[in-house]
Design a protein around this ligand. Structure first.
Ligand code: PLP
Length: 446
Protein backbone atom coordinates (compact mmCIF):
# COMPACT_ATOMS: atom_id res chain seq x y z
CA UNK A 1 0.00 0.00 0.00
CA UNK A 2 1.26 3.52 -0.78
CA UNK A 3 2.01 5.90 2.11
CA UNK A 4 -0.94 8.16 2.94
CA UNK A 5 -0.87 11.53 1.20
CA UNK A 6 -1.53 14.81 2.98
CA UNK A 7 -5.04 14.92 1.53
CA UNK A 8 -5.78 11.46 2.83
CA UNK A 9 -4.51 12.48 6.25
CA UNK A 10 -6.54 15.70 6.25
CA UNK A 11 -9.82 14.08 5.23
CA UNK A 12 -12.21 12.53 7.69
CA UNK A 13 -13.39 9.48 5.78
CA UNK A 14 -15.59 8.13 8.55
CA UNK A 15 -18.90 10.03 8.13
CA UNK A 16 -19.47 9.14 4.50
CA UNK A 17 -21.35 5.94 3.70
CA UNK A 18 -20.11 5.11 0.19
CA UNK A 19 -22.57 3.52 -2.27
CA UNK A 20 -21.89 0.10 -3.83
CA UNK A 21 -18.52 0.06 -2.07
CA UNK A 22 -16.95 -2.14 0.58
CA UNK A 23 -16.69 0.81 2.99
CA UNK A 24 -14.20 -0.65 5.48
CA UNK A 25 -11.87 -1.92 2.80
CA UNK A 26 -12.12 1.33 0.85
CA UNK A 27 -11.46 3.55 3.84
CA UNK A 28 -8.43 1.52 4.78
CA UNK A 29 -6.85 2.33 1.38
CA UNK A 30 -8.95 4.98 -0.36
CA UNK A 31 -8.66 5.74 -4.04
CA UNK A 32 -9.43 9.44 -4.37
CA UNK A 33 -9.82 11.43 -7.55
CA UNK A 34 -9.24 15.15 -7.36
CA UNK A 35 -9.42 16.39 -10.93
CA UNK A 36 -10.27 15.30 -14.47
CA UNK A 37 -9.61 16.52 -17.98
CA UNK A 38 -10.23 14.80 -21.30
CA UNK A 39 -9.28 11.13 -21.00
CA UNK A 40 -7.58 11.42 -17.62
CA UNK A 41 -8.32 11.64 -13.95
CA UNK A 42 -5.80 12.99 -11.47
CA UNK A 43 -5.56 10.88 -8.34
CA UNK A 44 -4.92 12.37 -4.90
CA UNK A 45 -1.30 11.34 -5.07
CA UNK A 46 -0.88 13.32 -8.28
CA UNK A 47 -0.90 10.37 -10.67
CA UNK A 48 -2.74 10.58 -13.97
CA UNK A 49 -5.26 7.79 -14.44
CA UNK A 50 -6.42 6.87 -17.93
CA UNK A 51 -10.20 6.70 -17.74
CA UNK A 52 -11.15 3.37 -19.25
CA UNK A 53 -14.72 3.54 -17.97
CA UNK A 54 -15.95 7.04 -18.88
CA UNK A 55 -16.39 7.59 -15.17
CA UNK A 56 -19.29 5.27 -14.56
CA UNK A 57 -20.32 4.86 -18.22
CA UNK A 58 -21.27 8.52 -18.41
CA UNK A 59 -18.47 10.87 -19.47
CA UNK A 60 -18.77 9.93 -23.12
CA UNK A 61 -17.27 13.15 -24.52
CA UNK A 62 -14.34 13.17 -22.09
CA UNK A 63 -13.97 15.13 -18.89
CA UNK A 64 -14.45 18.83 -18.22
CA UNK A 65 -15.53 19.77 -21.71
CA UNK A 66 -15.25 23.58 -21.74
CA UNK A 67 -18.57 24.04 -23.55
CA UNK A 68 -20.43 22.01 -20.95
CA UNK A 69 -18.62 23.64 -18.04
CA UNK A 70 -19.44 27.09 -19.41
CA UNK A 71 -23.11 26.21 -19.98
CA UNK A 72 -23.47 25.02 -16.39
CA UNK A 73 -21.71 28.08 -15.00
CA UNK A 74 -23.81 30.44 -17.12
CA UNK A 75 -27.01 28.73 -16.11
CA UNK A 76 -26.16 28.73 -12.41
CA UNK A 77 -25.60 32.46 -12.55
CA UNK A 78 -28.76 33.15 -14.57
CA UNK A 79 -31.45 30.86 -13.18
CA UNK A 80 -30.26 28.45 -10.53
CA UNK A 81 -33.58 26.76 -9.96
CA UNK A 82 -37.18 26.96 -11.10
CA UNK A 83 -40.05 24.94 -9.61
CA UNK A 84 -40.71 21.93 -11.76
CA UNK A 85 -44.45 21.76 -11.20
CA UNK A 86 -46.87 24.27 -12.78
CA UNK A 87 -43.98 26.52 -13.80
CA UNK A 88 -41.38 26.14 -16.51
CA UNK A 89 -38.14 27.60 -17.75
CA UNK A 90 -36.84 27.83 -21.32
CA UNK A 91 -33.89 25.47 -21.03
CA UNK A 92 -35.96 22.42 -20.03
CA UNK A 93 -38.03 22.84 -23.20
CA UNK A 94 -34.89 23.28 -25.26
CA UNK A 95 -33.37 20.17 -23.69
CA UNK A 96 -36.51 18.13 -24.40
CA UNK A 97 -36.61 19.30 -28.02
CA UNK A 98 -32.93 18.48 -28.51
CA UNK A 99 -33.26 15.09 -26.86
CA UNK A 100 -36.31 14.10 -28.88
CA UNK A 101 -34.57 15.22 -32.09
CA UNK A 102 -31.51 13.22 -31.03
CA UNK A 103 -33.62 10.09 -30.51
CA UNK A 104 -34.61 7.77 -33.36
CA UNK A 105 -37.53 8.84 -35.55
CA UNK A 106 -40.94 8.23 -34.02
CA UNK A 107 -40.08 9.43 -30.52
CA UNK A 108 -41.96 12.53 -29.58
CA UNK A 109 -41.72 13.51 -25.89
CA UNK A 110 -39.22 13.48 -23.05
CA UNK A 111 -39.93 13.31 -19.33
CA UNK A 112 -37.07 14.46 -17.10
CA UNK A 113 -35.82 13.10 -13.79
CA UNK A 114 -32.44 12.90 -12.07
CA UNK A 115 -30.93 9.48 -12.61
CA UNK A 116 -31.19 6.21 -14.42
CA UNK A 117 -33.04 4.67 -11.51
CA UNK A 118 -35.64 7.41 -11.61
CA UNK A 119 -35.93 7.09 -15.37
CA UNK A 120 -36.82 3.43 -14.90
CA UNK A 121 -39.40 4.17 -12.20
CA UNK A 122 -40.87 6.88 -14.42
CA UNK A 123 -41.06 4.58 -17.44
CA UNK A 124 -42.77 1.83 -15.47
CA UNK A 125 -45.33 4.30 -14.15
CA UNK A 126 -45.87 5.76 -17.61
CA UNK A 127 -46.48 2.23 -18.93
CA UNK A 128 -49.19 1.65 -16.31
CA UNK A 129 -50.70 5.07 -16.89
CA UNK A 130 -50.74 4.52 -20.64
CA UNK A 131 -52.67 1.28 -20.44
CA UNK A 132 -55.05 2.66 -17.85
CA UNK A 133 -55.74 5.72 -19.99
CA UNK A 134 -56.69 3.40 -22.84
CA UNK A 135 -59.05 1.36 -20.73
CA UNK A 136 -56.63 -1.51 -20.16
CA UNK A 137 -55.91 -0.87 -16.51
CA UNK A 138 -55.52 -4.60 -15.81
CA UNK A 139 -52.17 -4.47 -17.57
CA UNK A 140 -50.02 -4.07 -14.49
CA UNK A 141 -47.40 -6.77 -14.68
CA UNK A 142 -43.92 -5.85 -15.75
CA UNK A 143 -41.44 -8.29 -17.21
CA UNK A 144 -37.72 -7.82 -16.68
CA UNK A 145 -34.82 -10.17 -17.27
CA UNK A 146 -32.41 -12.22 -15.26
CA UNK A 147 -29.12 -10.31 -14.84
CA UNK A 148 -30.82 -7.08 -15.86
CA UNK A 149 -29.87 -3.92 -14.01
CA UNK A 150 -32.40 -1.14 -13.85
CA UNK A 151 -31.15 0.87 -10.94
CA UNK A 152 -31.75 0.59 -7.26
CA UNK A 153 -35.24 1.89 -6.56
CA UNK A 154 -38.00 -0.57 -5.78
CA UNK A 155 -39.45 -0.83 -9.29
CA UNK A 156 -36.08 -1.09 -11.00
CA UNK A 157 -34.75 -3.49 -8.39
CA UNK A 158 -37.83 -5.67 -8.83
CA UNK A 159 -37.60 -5.90 -12.62
CA UNK A 160 -33.83 -6.17 -12.29
CA UNK A 161 -32.31 -9.59 -12.15
CA UNK A 162 -29.09 -9.31 -10.18
CA UNK A 163 -29.66 -11.51 -7.15
CA UNK A 164 -27.18 -9.76 -4.87
CA UNK A 165 -28.92 -6.42 -5.39
CA UNK A 166 -32.31 -7.86 -4.39
CA UNK A 167 -31.49 -10.32 -1.63
CA UNK A 168 -31.39 -7.97 1.32
CA UNK A 169 -34.50 -5.99 0.49
CA UNK A 170 -37.28 -8.47 1.00
CA UNK A 171 -40.56 -7.20 -0.26
CA UNK A 172 -40.21 -6.26 -3.92
CA UNK A 173 -42.85 -4.88 -6.27
CA UNK A 174 -45.46 -7.55 -6.92
CA UNK A 175 -46.51 -8.78 -10.33
CA UNK A 176 -43.07 -8.95 -11.86
CA UNK A 177 -41.65 -11.86 -13.84
CA UNK A 178 -38.32 -12.31 -15.59
CA UNK A 179 -37.10 -13.64 -18.89
CA UNK A 180 -34.02 -15.81 -18.68
CA UNK A 181 -30.62 -14.29 -19.24
CA UNK A 182 -29.14 -14.54 -22.72
CA UNK A 183 -25.64 -15.04 -21.39
CA UNK A 184 -24.27 -18.43 -22.35
CA UNK A 185 -20.56 -19.08 -22.48
CA UNK A 186 -20.98 -22.59 -23.81
CA UNK A 187 -22.50 -21.32 -27.04
CA UNK A 188 -21.19 -17.80 -27.31
CA UNK A 189 -17.77 -17.38 -25.67
CA UNK A 190 -15.43 -15.14 -27.64
CA UNK A 191 -18.12 -14.05 -30.09
CA UNK A 192 -17.20 -10.99 -32.06
CA UNK A 193 -20.15 -8.62 -31.79
CA UNK A 194 -23.62 -9.98 -31.06
CA UNK A 195 -23.58 -13.75 -30.53
CA UNK A 196 -25.17 -15.90 -33.22
CA UNK A 197 -26.72 -18.26 -30.72
CA UNK A 198 -29.74 -17.39 -28.62
CA UNK A 199 -32.45 -15.52 -30.57
CA UNK A 200 -34.87 -18.25 -29.51
CA UNK A 201 -34.47 -17.20 -25.86
CA UNK A 202 -36.90 -14.36 -26.58
CA UNK A 203 -39.59 -16.96 -27.26
CA UNK A 204 -39.85 -17.60 -23.54
CA UNK A 205 -42.02 -14.50 -23.42
CA UNK A 206 -44.66 -16.13 -25.59
CA UNK A 207 -44.08 -19.71 -24.48
CA UNK A 208 -44.06 -19.30 -20.69
CA UNK A 209 -44.70 -15.78 -19.51
CA UNK A 210 -47.68 -14.68 -21.58
CA UNK A 211 -49.68 -17.91 -21.08
CA UNK A 212 -48.91 -17.83 -17.37
CA UNK A 213 -49.96 -14.26 -16.68
CA UNK A 214 -52.14 -13.54 -19.75
CA UNK A 215 -51.16 -10.70 -22.05
CA UNK A 216 -54.14 -8.67 -20.87
CA UNK A 217 -52.37 -8.32 -17.50
CA UNK A 218 -48.93 -7.42 -18.84
CA UNK A 219 -47.99 -3.77 -19.22
CA UNK A 220 -44.40 -3.84 -20.38
CA UNK A 221 -41.19 -5.69 -20.97
CA UNK A 222 -38.06 -3.84 -19.94
CA UNK A 223 -34.57 -4.88 -21.03
CA UNK A 224 -31.23 -3.27 -21.58
CA UNK A 225 -30.35 -3.64 -25.27
CA UNK A 226 -27.04 -4.90 -23.94
CA UNK A 227 -26.71 -5.54 -20.23
CA UNK A 228 -23.95 -3.28 -18.95
CA UNK A 229 -23.79 -3.52 -15.19
CA UNK A 230 -24.12 -7.31 -15.19
CA UNK A 231 -20.96 -7.54 -17.25
CA UNK A 232 -21.44 -6.48 -20.89
CA UNK A 233 -23.89 -9.12 -22.07
CA UNK A 234 -24.73 -8.61 -25.72
CA UNK A 235 -28.09 -9.58 -27.21
CA UNK A 236 -28.02 -12.61 -29.49
CA UNK A 237 -28.60 -11.75 -33.13
CA UNK A 238 -32.32 -11.51 -33.76
CA UNK A 239 -33.27 -11.58 -30.06
CA UNK A 240 -34.43 -8.00 -29.71
CA UNK A 241 -36.35 -8.25 -32.98
CA UNK A 242 -38.25 -11.23 -31.60
CA UNK A 243 -39.03 -9.47 -28.35
CA UNK A 244 -40.39 -6.57 -30.41
CA UNK A 245 -42.58 -8.86 -32.52
CA UNK A 246 -44.00 -10.68 -29.53
CA UNK A 247 -44.73 -7.44 -27.66
CA UNK A 248 -46.48 -6.08 -30.74
CA UNK A 249 -48.61 -9.17 -31.09
CA UNK A 250 -49.82 -8.84 -27.52
CA UNK A 251 -50.14 -5.09 -27.02
CA UNK A 252 -47.23 -5.05 -24.56
CA UNK A 253 -44.97 -2.01 -24.37
CA UNK A 254 -41.27 -2.59 -24.91
CA UNK A 255 -38.91 -0.41 -22.89
CA UNK A 256 -35.21 -0.24 -23.70
CA UNK A 257 -33.19 0.84 -20.72
CA UNK A 258 -30.43 2.77 -22.46
CA UNK A 259 -28.90 4.35 -19.39
CA UNK A 260 -25.56 2.87 -20.43
CA UNK A 261 -26.05 2.21 -24.12
CA UNK A 262 -27.37 5.70 -24.88
CA UNK A 263 -25.23 8.52 -26.22
CA UNK A 264 -22.86 6.69 -28.45
CA UNK A 265 -21.56 3.65 -26.61
CA UNK A 266 -22.41 1.41 -29.57
CA UNK A 267 -21.61 3.99 -32.24
CA UNK A 268 -25.12 5.42 -32.48
CA UNK A 269 -27.06 7.83 -30.32
CA UNK A 270 -29.03 4.88 -29.00
CA UNK A 271 -28.56 1.13 -29.19
CA UNK A 272 -32.06 0.90 -30.66
CA UNK A 273 -30.58 2.29 -33.86
CA UNK A 274 -27.57 0.02 -33.72
CA UNK A 275 -29.84 -3.02 -33.54
CA UNK A 276 -32.57 -1.60 -35.78
CA UNK A 277 -35.25 -2.36 -33.20
CA UNK A 278 -37.46 0.43 -31.92
CA UNK A 279 -38.89 0.19 -28.42
CA UNK A 280 -41.86 2.20 -27.18
CA UNK A 281 -39.85 3.98 -24.53
CA UNK A 282 -36.18 4.65 -23.97
CA UNK A 283 -34.81 5.37 -20.52
CA UNK A 284 -31.55 7.28 -20.43
CA UNK A 285 -29.32 9.22 -18.03
CA UNK A 286 -25.52 9.23 -17.59
CA UNK A 287 -24.23 10.46 -20.98
CA UNK A 288 -27.23 12.78 -21.30
CA UNK A 289 -25.25 15.51 -19.53
CA UNK A 290 -21.89 13.85 -20.13
CA UNK A 291 -22.06 12.97 -16.45
CA UNK A 292 -21.59 16.60 -15.43
CA UNK A 293 -24.95 17.12 -13.69
CA UNK A 294 -27.34 14.35 -12.60
CA UNK A 295 -30.18 13.93 -15.08
CA UNK A 296 -32.31 11.13 -16.42
CA UNK A 297 -35.08 10.99 -18.97
CA UNK A 298 -37.78 8.80 -20.44
CA UNK A 299 -38.26 9.31 -24.16
CA UNK A 300 -41.60 8.04 -25.43
CA UNK A 301 -42.73 7.24 -28.92
CA UNK A 302 -45.55 9.09 -30.58
CA UNK A 303 -48.94 8.31 -29.11
CA UNK A 304 -47.93 7.58 -25.54
CA UNK A 305 -47.98 11.15 -24.30
CA UNK A 306 -51.22 11.86 -26.18
CA UNK A 307 -52.94 8.76 -24.81
CA UNK A 308 -52.20 9.73 -21.23
CA UNK A 309 -52.72 13.46 -21.60
CA UNK A 310 -55.88 13.30 -23.70
CA UNK A 311 -57.56 10.87 -21.32
CA UNK A 312 -57.55 13.34 -18.44
CA UNK A 313 -60.20 16.04 -17.98
CA UNK A 314 -59.12 19.51 -19.07
CA UNK A 315 -57.14 21.19 -16.29
CA UNK A 316 -56.41 17.94 -14.48
CA UNK A 317 -52.86 16.80 -13.93
CA UNK A 318 -52.57 13.85 -16.30
CA UNK A 319 -49.60 12.05 -14.76
CA UNK A 320 -49.25 12.45 -11.01
CA UNK A 321 -45.53 11.93 -11.07
CA UNK A 322 -42.43 14.13 -11.10
CA UNK A 323 -39.43 15.28 -9.11
CA UNK A 324 -38.43 18.58 -7.53
CA UNK A 325 -35.47 18.55 -9.87
CA UNK A 326 -37.18 17.32 -13.06
CA UNK A 327 -35.66 19.42 -15.83
CA UNK A 328 -33.37 21.23 -13.38
CA UNK A 329 -31.90 24.29 -15.12
CA UNK A 330 -28.28 23.22 -14.61
CA UNK A 331 -28.98 19.70 -15.81
CA UNK A 332 -30.97 20.93 -18.79
CA UNK A 333 -28.19 23.36 -19.74
CA UNK A 334 -25.63 20.58 -19.44
CA UNK A 335 -27.76 18.27 -21.59
CA UNK A 336 -28.10 20.83 -24.36
CA UNK A 337 -24.37 21.50 -24.27
CA UNK A 338 -23.51 17.80 -24.21
CA UNK A 339 -25.79 17.02 -27.15
CA UNK A 340 -24.15 19.92 -28.98
CA UNK A 341 -20.73 18.39 -28.41
CA UNK A 342 -21.84 14.89 -29.42
CA UNK A 343 -23.41 16.18 -32.62
CA UNK A 344 -20.82 18.79 -33.58
CA UNK A 345 -17.89 16.45 -33.11
CA UNK A 346 -19.58 13.43 -34.65
CA UNK A 347 -18.55 11.39 -31.63
CA UNK A 348 -20.87 8.48 -32.35
CA UNK A 349 -19.43 8.06 -35.85
CA UNK A 350 -15.99 8.25 -34.27
CA UNK A 351 -16.90 5.47 -31.85
CA UNK A 352 -18.23 3.42 -34.76
CA UNK A 353 -14.99 3.87 -36.71
CA UNK A 354 -12.79 3.04 -33.73
CA UNK A 355 -14.83 -0.01 -32.77
CA UNK A 356 -12.93 -2.63 -34.84
CA UNK A 357 -9.59 -1.42 -33.47
CA UNK A 358 -10.98 -1.49 -29.94
CA UNK A 359 -12.47 -4.94 -30.46
CA UNK A 360 -9.15 -6.30 -31.81
CA UNK A 361 -7.32 -4.87 -28.80
CA UNK A 362 -9.81 -6.50 -26.44
CA UNK A 363 -9.66 -9.87 -28.20
CA UNK A 364 -5.85 -9.77 -28.09
CA UNK A 365 -6.28 -10.66 -24.40
CA UNK A 366 -7.56 -14.10 -25.37
CA UNK A 367 -5.26 -16.69 -23.87
CA UNK A 368 -4.21 -14.50 -20.94
CA UNK A 369 -4.53 -16.13 -17.53
CA UNK A 370 -8.11 -16.65 -16.24
CA UNK A 371 -9.79 -15.20 -19.36
CA UNK A 372 -12.83 -17.31 -20.25
CA UNK A 373 -14.64 -14.87 -22.52
CA UNK A 374 -14.16 -11.59 -24.31
CA UNK A 375 -17.10 -9.80 -25.85
CA UNK A 376 -17.80 -6.34 -27.05
CA UNK A 377 -19.41 -3.97 -29.48
CA UNK A 378 -18.85 -0.31 -30.23
CA UNK A 379 -16.61 1.05 -27.50
CA UNK A 380 -17.48 -1.42 -24.78
CA UNK A 381 -15.80 -4.68 -23.92
CA UNK A 382 -16.32 -7.28 -21.24
CA UNK A 383 -13.49 -9.60 -20.24
CA UNK A 384 -14.79 -12.44 -18.14
CA UNK A 385 -12.39 -14.15 -15.74
CA UNK A 386 -12.82 -17.55 -14.18
CA UNK A 387 -13.61 -17.06 -10.48
CA UNK A 388 -10.71 -17.89 -8.15
CA UNK A 389 -11.43 -21.33 -6.76
CA UNK A 390 -12.32 -21.24 -3.08
CA UNK A 391 -12.31 -17.43 -2.96
CA UNK A 392 -15.34 -15.15 -2.59
CA UNK A 393 -16.86 -13.98 -5.88
CA UNK A 394 -15.13 -11.03 -7.51
CA UNK A 395 -11.74 -11.76 -5.92
CA UNK A 396 -10.02 -11.74 -9.30
CA UNK A 397 -12.13 -8.89 -10.61
CA UNK A 398 -11.25 -6.71 -7.63
CA UNK A 399 -7.57 -7.54 -7.75
CA UNK A 400 -7.47 -6.71 -11.46
CA UNK A 401 -9.24 -3.40 -10.88
CA UNK A 402 -6.90 -2.37 -8.05
CA UNK A 403 -3.75 -3.37 -9.89
CA UNK A 404 -4.83 -1.52 -13.04
CA UNK A 405 -5.56 1.55 -10.93
CA UNK A 406 -2.13 1.32 -9.36
CA UNK A 407 -0.70 1.29 -12.88
CA UNK A 408 -2.68 4.35 -13.89
CA UNK A 409 -5.60 2.77 -15.73
CA UNK A 410 -9.23 2.76 -14.61
CA UNK A 411 -11.28 -0.31 -15.50
CA UNK A 412 -14.45 -1.53 -13.88
CA UNK A 413 -15.23 -4.89 -12.35
CA UNK A 414 -18.56 -6.51 -11.80
CA UNK A 415 -18.05 -9.85 -10.16
CA UNK A 416 -15.15 -11.38 -12.06
CA UNK A 417 -15.99 -9.56 -15.26
CA UNK A 418 -13.85 -6.58 -16.25
CA UNK A 419 -15.74 -3.93 -18.17
CA UNK A 420 -13.99 -1.38 -20.34
CA UNK A 421 -15.99 1.55 -21.74
CA UNK A 422 -13.81 4.61 -22.31
CA UNK A 423 -14.91 8.08 -23.38
CA UNK A 424 -15.57 8.13 -27.10
CA UNK A 425 -12.70 10.59 -27.57
CA UNK A 426 -10.10 7.92 -26.77
CA UNK A 427 -7.10 7.70 -29.12
CA UNK A 428 -5.67 4.48 -30.52
CA UNK A 429 -2.51 4.76 -28.41
CA UNK A 430 -4.72 5.01 -25.33
CA UNK A 431 -6.66 1.93 -26.40
CA UNK A 432 -3.31 0.13 -26.66
CA UNK A 433 -2.33 1.29 -23.19
CA UNK A 434 -5.69 0.35 -21.70
CA UNK A 435 -5.67 -3.23 -22.91
CA UNK A 436 -1.87 -3.52 -22.64
CA UNK A 437 -2.03 -2.67 -18.94
CA UNK A 438 -4.94 -5.02 -18.44
CA UNK A 439 -2.96 -7.81 -20.11
CA UNK A 440 0.10 -7.15 -17.93
CA UNK A 441 -2.02 -7.09 -14.82
CA UNK A 442 -3.82 -10.33 -15.67
CA UNK A 443 -0.43 -12.02 -15.81
CA UNK A 444 0.05 -11.10 -12.14
CA UNK A 445 -3.43 -11.92 -10.82
CA UNK A 446 -3.56 -15.02 -8.67
C1 PLP B 1 -29.30 0.08 -17.53
C2 PLP B 1 -29.27 0.91 -16.29
N1 PLP B 1 -30.42 1.37 -15.78
C3 PLP B 1 -30.45 2.13 -14.68
C4 PLP B 1 -29.29 2.47 -14.04
C5 PLP B 1 -29.34 3.30 -12.80
O1 PLP B 1 -28.84 4.55 -13.05
P1 PLP B 1 -28.48 5.51 -11.79
O2 PLP B 1 -27.30 4.91 -11.13
O3 PLP B 1 -28.20 6.83 -12.47
O4 PLP B 1 -29.68 5.57 -10.92
C6 PLP B 1 -28.06 2.03 -14.54
C7 PLP B 1 -26.81 2.38 -13.87
O5 PLP B 1 -25.75 1.91 -14.20
C8 PLP B 1 -28.05 1.21 -15.68
O6 PLP B 1 -26.93 0.72 -16.17
Amino acid sequence: MNAPTSLEQALDLAPLWKPFTANRRFKSAPRLLVAAKGMYYTAHDGREILDGTAGLWCVNAGHARPEIVAAIQRQAATLDYAPAFQLGHPVEFEAAARLVAHAPPGFSHAFFCNSGSEAVESALKIALAYHRARGEGARQRIIGRERGYHGVNFGGMSVGGIPGNRRAFGQLVAGVDHLGSTHDLEHSAFSRGAPRWGAHLADELERRIIPLHDASNIAAVIVEPFAGSAGVLLPPQGYLERLREICDRHGILLVFDEVISGFGRLGHAFAAERFGVMPDMITCAKGLTNGAVPMGAVIVREGIYDAVVDAAPEGAIELLHGYTYSGHPLAAAAAVAAIDVFEREGLYARAHELAPYFDDAAHALRGRPHVIDIRGMGLVAGIELAPRPGAPPAARGYETFVKCFERGVLVRFTGDIIAVSPPLVIERAEIDRLFGTLGEVLATVA
